[in-house]
Ligand binder design. Structure first.
Ligand code: ADP
Ligand code: ZN
Length: 695
């Protein structure tokens, strides 16, 4: 018998993206090796793992010393043939080396397991799937969507339903059907830790059939979940974006809940978007994909419009009698203190009634509504998308601000210290201004969650206030604790960042206050308005979910902004649709997704000059290509121009022609790695295809 070789993907960055390495197959493995198998091997100077992609008997060039494969980590292929095709497809789409894509797809406890931890058994008897049937009768809109989805085994569907309209109920019914046919189901949710109730709902409907996946899992739990799915013991995988890689086969449906959510995008390492990748997965597995949202993304609505997916609307809350909340815009300009144009400046007047420097952010309208809500023993949610006491500290003598030494951002004041929200740097407030040397001159400007908590304590000392933000939630238990307390009515008011916006269902919440709705609308990002509206609608959707009617107060400096105008009319679906139609027209004109492919090429390094040169070099190279229809913008400083001590520059490229776009990027990558530019410029280059975060 001739010598057998295996071409293996290894976890190392190589271009072109699908570089494989040839290993000799030891005789011992010759009969049992299959594609998709996970093996130990030596690569370069390290012992690592690889996945077999191809086997053949063509000996490589005699000059190359071919190493031998090590032992098998699992006796069956870790990745099926279809799954490999999927991983190749996304590697190609995101221009990321295949070995590193596989690394993201296989959980660390599997890749780095030992024979002891990787022991597994396939179920000996057929797995019985139990379903606890629902006691609910689907309403008209729900049944129509359900029927149509069940009747089409392939293709994509967009379920557009207002918050609380019963989308989840539709997913559950579709999954019931899929399981009954012996197939499996994948459910993606944006942040599973934030929605423990959702997990419970799936588990109680499909007992012992749900494997959950998320990043905060212990290695043991993760390994268990992976094996449960891989061996076919469980046929439902539920989780945040990494659940995309749960080793399900025979897929019947992929559900992407809250499909518009930006957290589907992985922002480090392998920068993929789980929503978009889910659509590719469904194509490869020839199954249906259901995207659901109360506020669908512009991309998904455009796809439905172009006939690439089927759109269903759920226009009312599913619980009979539950109404969408009434929404009021409050103009903060009107309550701007006359004495000062800077909000939150302390003005002391000994004869005035007691006031708090943060009063400004609690408009009289909101204060009255809070009082009324508390009097009725109902609950309120106050939302402000910023942590801390204020937004920054400013010297009242000279205007000097306190910046993070590592990042190009201001430090955020907290009660006891000043913190950089990007790198975690913290310091105490200086007793003297470093610039004008005045003593005790710093004042807090703006407001954050901690500040609101304080103002609440001042005006409503009897109210029990809980705060939900990344400072109060350090672990998953903290989160369950806060949500549990609020859910049980052990607190009256929940103050928080966008963590309060997620799919929580608190029936006794009848008031939602958005304190500073303008935050986030001015970031330099073509999706800023879309995202702003989605977030606000999501928050507003927390009010009045049961029988008592809900009320939403939105405070802003620019109530005339199209986002707020759309918001105030968005109890129906029409205003949202019109708003996005306008957005899509703009994007069409400016050549932005979904009408063009877009990539953000980011450069970062410790020496600003070299980073600039690297970015210039790349931009010039792309210009010189003169690819038809390719637009090259930049280089420019990134909006966040310094992060953790590294200077950041970026180049944007766009093209309506996907092939031109891809070829140009590949060409750039090739030149970059060939010229060893990373070393020469001491600069890293990342390509972010379909970027979500433009900072
Ligand atoms: P969404 O996923 O759109 O937010 P859910 O599926 O969570 O909506 O439904 C919101 C609430 O309405 C839940 O309490 C759910 O149990 C209830 N519900 C859903 N469908 C129905 C129905 N057909 N009849 C009665 N109640 C329903
Ligand atoms: Zn910092």
């Amino acid at each position: 018998m001739s010598q057998l070789f295996a071409d293996v993907a290894v976890p190392a960055p190589f271009y072109p993206w699908k570089t494989l390495f040839t290993y000799r197959v030891p005789e011992l493995l010759a009969g049992s090796l299959a594609n998709g198998m996970l093996v130990r091997l030596n690569f370069g100077r390290r012992d690592t793992w690889g996945v077999v992609c191809k086997q053949h008997s063509t000996a490589p060039d005699a000059k190359i010393r071919v190493k031998e494969l090590g032992t098998l980590l699992l006796a069956h292929p870790a990745l099926s043939e279809r799954r490999m095709r999927f991983l190749e497809r996304i590697a190609e789409h995101y221009l990321h080396p295949l070995g590193l894509v596989i690394e993201a797809a296989l959980p660390a406890p599997i890749r780095t397991g030992t024979p002891r931890t990787l022991a597994y058994e396939f179920p000996t008897s057929p797995v019985v799937v139990k379903v606890s049937p629902s006691d609910k009768v689907l309403n008209n809109e729900q049944s129509q969507a359900h029927k149509s989805i069940v009747e089409s085994p392939q293709g994509s569907h967009l379920l557009w339903g207002v918050t609380g309209s019963g989308k989840t109920e539709v997913y559950l019914r579709v999954i019931e059907d899929v399981l009954a046919r012996g197939q499996s189901a994948l459910i993606l949710v944006p942040e599973i830790a934030l929605t423990p109730l959702l997990t419970e709902r799936f588990e109680s409907r499909f007992p012992d059939q749900v494997a959950t996946f998320h990043s905060a899992q212990t290695p043991k739990k993760l390994r268990e979940a992976w094996f449960d799915v891989w061996t076919g013991r469980k046929r439902i995988a539920l989780g945040a974006r990494s659940a995309l890689f749960a080793p399900l086969e025979n897929l019947g449906v992929i559900v992407v809940d809250e499909e518009h959510d930006g957290s589907y995008k992985q922002e480090e390492g392998f920068r993929y978007n789980a929503r978009d990748a889910a659509l590719m997965l469904a194509e490869i597995y020839e199954c249906r994909c259901v995207l659901g949202s109360a506020t669908p993304s512009a991309e998904s609505l455009a796809a439905a419009r172009a006939g690439r997916s089927t759109l269903y609307r759920l226009s009312d809350r599913a619980v009979r009698g539950a109404q969408l909340p009434e929404l009021t815009l409050v103009d903060l300009k009107k309550s701007l203190p006359l004495q000062s144009k800077i909000p939150h400046v302390e003005i002391r007047d000994e004869h005035a009634p007691p006031t708090h420097p943060g009063d400004f952010f609690l408009s009289p309208e909101l204060r009255d509504s809070l009082a009324a809500t508390l009097a009725k023993k109902q609950q309120a949610i106050l939302f402000i998308n910023r942590r801390g006491v204020g937004s920054q500290k400013l010297c009242s003598g000279c205007g000097h601000t306190l910046d993070c030494p590592n990042c190009a951002v201001k430090l955020t004041p907290h009660l006891d210290r000043m913190v950089c929200h990007y790198c975690g740097y913290s310091s105490f407030e200086p007793s003297k201004c470093p610039q004008c040397k005045r003593e005790e001159s710093f004042i807090s400007v703006g407001i954050g969650t901690e500040g609101i908590e304080e103002v609440m304590g001042f005006h409503f000392p009897e109210a029990r206030v809980l705060r939900l933000d990344r400072d109060t939630v350090q672990t998953k238990d903290d989160l369950a604790d806060i949500l549990g307390k609020f859910g049980r009515g052990e607190a009256d008011v929940l103050v928080g960042t966008q963590m309060v916006a997620k799919g929580h269902d608190f029936p006794n919440v009848t008031l939602v206050g958005v304190l500073l709705a303008d935050l986030g609308l001015s970031v330099p990002d073509f999706r800023a308005s879309e995202r702003g509206l989605q977030l606000l609608m999501q928050v507003a959707g927390r009010a009045g979910r049961a029988m008592q009617p809900g009320k939403v107060l939105v405070q802003s400096f620019q109530p005339e902004h199209p986002v707020f105008q759309a918001l105030s009319q968005s109890s129906g679906l029409t205003a949202y649709k019109d708003f996005l139609s306008d957005e899509l027209v703009k994007r069409h004109l400016l050549n932005y997704p979904p009408f063009a492919s877009l990539a953000l090429i980011r450069f970062d390094g410790l020496e600003e000059k070299l980073v600039e040169q690297a970015a210039q070099n790349a931009a010039r190279a792309l210009f010189r290509l003169q690819a038809p229809g390719l637009q090259v913008l930049g280089p420019t400083d990134s909006p966040l121009s310094k992060l953790r001590g590294r200077y950041r520059k970026q180049v944007l490229i766009k093209s309506p022609d996907e092939r031109v776009f891809r070829k140009s990027l590949e060409w750039l990558l090739q030149g970059w790695s060939k010229g060893q530019l990373e070393k020469r410029f001491k600069t890293r280059m990342f390509i972010d295809v379909d970027p979500v975060q433009m900072l």
